[in-house]
Structure formats: structure tokens, C-alpha cells
Design a protein around this ligand. Structure first.
Ligand SMILES: Cc1cc2nc3c(=O)[nH]c(=O)nc-3n(C[C@H](O)[C@H](O)[C@H](O)COP(=O)(O)O)c2cc1C
Length: 200
């Protein structure tokens, strides 16, 4: 292939697009800042990321009607419909939540429950998402160890695995009271390592 063709191939390669879903209700808090760093690092890898703050959206909790098992669509019409469409289109996802009582926040839990419509249980368990999507999962907590974080990471990771999304990296951030993300000089390096797995 001559140089001109190589350049053409490069220029028509589709741009990769991710979405970032933030579960913290505190705007500009540790979780959102960590996500901003992840987004910046993804940008270095030529990946554009759109950020969704769950607390700023209208998101109802799942009512358990299970209509979506047959139809693949949730009967509740709120901002989750658009987020589900975004998930279908995206090449990858960041899910980030602080730990609230050893688990994700209520906002993140509502969102995770509402992704149930993306599972196809009609013949075993298949994902209604196209294959090949990747994810980075981030947990943030005040405590100093994984015990304090409880099920935060697992809750998000397991839901994504069920949907056939490959969780390529996990970022756990502890001790936010004594070492807030904003004051941490080493975190950028850790974020870069986390994102590296995305492009391997
Ligand atoms: C209702 C509530 C429950 C919490 N539960 C936990 C917990 O189980 N473990 C923990 O280490 N920190 C817990 N925290 C502390 C938060 O995880 C911590 O402050 C975190 O930095 C908040 O993230 P943010 O700065 O993005 O809002 C809790 C905070 C609140 C408000």
C-alpha cells in the first residue's frame, strides 16, 4: 500500500466513542473528578467520551414488571431510554460510583437495574448489545480498604459482564477524606495505567 493510501485509511478509521456514567450526587466531587481524568486519558487514546451525571437526570427505579424480557424495551419513559441508546452506540463505558453503605449509590443502582431490558432471557441469557464493548469501572470511598468499598465494584462489574461487556480495567480509590482526588499527585499516573488496558 502506498503512503497516500495509508493516510486515507487512517483518516477514514471511525472515531471511537465511549460514554461515562457518574453515580455520585455530588457535582465536582471525587467520583466526577476521577471520571474527568479518565475521560482526558481516553482522549489521548483518540476516544471521545460523553459524560452522564445520573443525579441530573430523570431516572426512575425499575418496577419489576418484566415486560422487557419479552420486548427488550423498558416501559418506563424517562432519561434511561436515551442512556440505553447511547450504550448501544458506544464502543465502551465508564461506570463510576462512590460507596454508599458498602454498595453503589441509589442513582447508580437504579440505572443498573434498568439495564435489565438489555438482557435477552428468551433463550438462555444473551445480551441485546452488540459484542466487543469494553468498560472501565471505578469505585470511590472514604474508607481505607476494599472492605469499606464492599460490593461497589462487583455490583457494577457483574451487571456489565451479564451484558457481555468486557470490564478491562478497575480503579479503586480509597481514603477520600484524607486524600481527596483533587489533592492526589499520583492519581493521574494510575488513571493512565487504567486506561492503557483499553487500547491493548
Ligand atoms: C450515605 C453515605 C454512605 C456512605 N457509605 C460509605 C461506605 O460504605 N464505605 C465508605 O468507605 N465510605 C462511605 N461513604 C463515604 C463516601 O463513599 C465518600 O465520601 C466518597 O468520597 C463520596 O464520593 P464523592 O466525593 O464523589 O461524592 C458514604 C457516604 C454517604 C453520604
Amino acid at each position: 500500500m502506498n503512503k497516500a493510501c495509508e493516510n486515507l485509511k487512517l483518516s477514514i478509521e471511525p472515531e471511537r466513542r465511549w460514554i461515562a456514567v457518574v453515580g455520585s450526587p455530588r457535582k465536582g466531587g471525587n467520583t466526577e473528578l476521577l471520571v474527568d481524568y479518565l475521560i482526558e486519558e481516553l482522549k489521548v487514546k483518540n476516544i471521545r467520551t460523553d459524560k452522564f451525571i445520573l443525579n441530573s437526570r430523570n431516572i426512575s427505579a425499575c418496577t419489576g414488571c418484566e415486560q422487557c424480557i419479552k420486548t427488550g424495551t423498558c416501559i418506563i419513559k424517562d432519561d434511561v431510554s436515551c442512556l440505553i441508546d447511547e450504550m448501544k452506540d458506544a464502543d465502551g463505558l465508564i461506570l463510576a460510583s462512590p460507596s454508599y453503605n458498602y454498595n453503589v449509590t441509589a442513582q447508580m443502582k437504579s440505572f443498573l437495574d434498568r439495564t435489565f431490558c438489555l438482557n435477552d432471557y428468551n433463550s438462555g441469557c444473551k445480551s441485546r448489545l452488540s459484542p466487543g464493548k469494553k468498560a472501565v469501572v471505578a469505585g470511590v470511598c472514604r474508607g481505607k480498604n476494599s472492605e469499606s468499598m464492599g460490593f461497589t465494584i462487583e455490583s457494577m462489574s457483574r451487571t456489565l459482564c451479564e451484558l457481555g461487556i468486557d470490564v478491562v480495567s478497575v480503579l479503586e480509590y480509597y481514603d477520600t477524606k484524607n486524600s481527596p482526588v483533587a489533592d492526589n499527585d499520583c492519581i493521574r499516573e494510575q488513571v493512565a495505567k487504567t486506561v492503557k488496558a483499553v487500547t491493548l
